[in-house]
Design a protein around this ligand. Structure first.
Ligand SMILES: C[S@@+](CC[C@H](N)C(=O)[O-])C[C@H]1O[C@@H](n2cnc3c(N)ncnc32)[C@H](O)[C@@H]1O
Length: 237
């Protein structure tokens, strides 16, 4: 595959709403929070910026985006410029967040933790949240333990360092200092797809990326009972 990853596929295809449940699930999660135009919200690993644009439209809040992948950054930047939305976009990593302590009322993290060093990113989220601040995350979760070879197949394909059960996520969130931890499994499973998905293709992309798309589909079919996701909400008290 020439070293290309699932994230390269998402970036070059410009997949917007690249998380289970898409923007509709995002709207549902946000609607349960007390967000106002005074809120500062970090969209951690914003991808092409679909959620960030929605949050600005809906709340006129102070939206800040952090994203590591340069192609994603470019696509998000173009989106915000076209819409003339005053959204701050910074290239950087959730593992080393370039913002001071106590910066945000909310952090939204949609299918990003799965791809990074989870304890490190959670430590950083805790640090940059204000007291009373909320972390809202939608992350890959396995429904039950898997044999080692299956685990390895999934981890190698998505280029991730671990696969967590709901109980593992709870332990990690607790260890990072979070309280009021709520973990929900909502209806939309990964195979139900995402009705509001968008694409913003790069002009040149490697044909191998189609194979990654295909393999992703195969993974979802093969592991449909096991590969799932959860919505986590928790508070820095
Ligand atoms: C599955 S996509 C989700 C994108 C976006 N949150 C969405 O829902 O459409 C994962 C995103 O995390 C970004 N990412 C991966 N590692 C990162 C890191 N260390 N710091 C910031 N972003 C990262 C990827 O570049 C990609 O845009």
């Amino acid at each position: 595959m020439g070293g290309l990853t699932y994230i390269d596929f998402l970036a070059k295809f410009g997949v917007g709403g690249a998380h289970p449940g898409g923007i509709n699930l995002t709207k549902n999660v946000l609607s349960q929070e007390k967000i106002s135009s005074n809120s500062s919200i970090l969209d951690a690993g914003c991808g092409t910026g679909q959620t960030a644009a929605f949050m600005y439209e809906r709340y006129q809040a102070n939206i800040v985006c952090l994203e590591l992948n340069p192609i994603m950054v470019e696509k998000a930047k173009n989106r915000f410029q076209l819409l003339k939305y005053p959204i701050q976009l910074v290239q950087g990593s959730v593992e080393d967040i370039p913002f001071p302590d106590d910066s945000f009322e909310f952090i939204l993290c949609e299918s990003v933790l799965a791809f990074v060093n989870k304890p490190q990113a959670l430590h950083e989220f805790y640090r940059v949240l204000k007291t009373g601040g909320r972390l809202l995350a939608n992350e890959m979760t396995i429904n039950s333990s898997l044999p080692e070879d299956a685990k390895r197949e999934i981890m190698e394909f998505y280029n991730i360092d671990s696969l967590l059960l709901e109980s593992d996520w709870r332990t990690l969130l607790q260890a990072s200092g979070f309280k009021e931890i709520d973990i929900r499994q909502l209806q939309s499973d990964l195979m139900n797809g995402n009705t509001a998905q968008e694409f913003n293709f790069s002009q040149n992309f490697e044909p191998e990326l189609f194979s990654i798309l295909n393999q992703h589909g195969n993974m979802l079919v093969k592991y449909h009972d096991i590969l799932s996701h959860r919505i986590f909400t928790c508070t820095k008290i």
